[in-house]
Ligand binder design. Sequence first.
Ligand code: 4NP
Length: 154
Amino acid sequence: MNLLLVCLGNICRSPMAEGALRARLQASPFADRVRVDSAGTGDWHVGEPPDRRAIACARGFGVDIGAQRARQLQAQDFHDFDWLLCADSANVREARQRAPAGLGDKVVLLLDWSGVKPGGEVPDPYTGSAEDFRQVWRLVDSAAQAVVARLATP
Ligand code: 4NP
């Protein structure tokens, strides 16, 4: 299964979600069954590492996301990935607008799809505090655990 985490800038929420999911998969028997990547609907930060506050937050939870580099969502992603898991509903709208014909249904909300919270969104921490980043981590890590638990269910 190929999973693409999507947010706006690809420097805060989706890199943290990618890191959390990678870490939970690596600690599970399913690491080789899932490919994980992330992308942003916007292009402002392409080529940059995650926001330093996101890197510091992830490090505080024992996960190194410093080697990630931001990229923008591409049309090819809709072919390459089974699901595009979005942080919020604006990301869902943006991504669906760019979906090649027939592939828009691959775009869903991460917290909804994972079963963490129906219709739930991961709030943008970009203008927020360190505590806002920690709250993002807790949300995306809950989703990561739920994805792994689903893989474990026959
Ligand atoms: P992200 O946060 O979507 O979680 O990566 C943001 C990062 C950058 C911007 C907005 C949100 N920005 O406007 O540059």
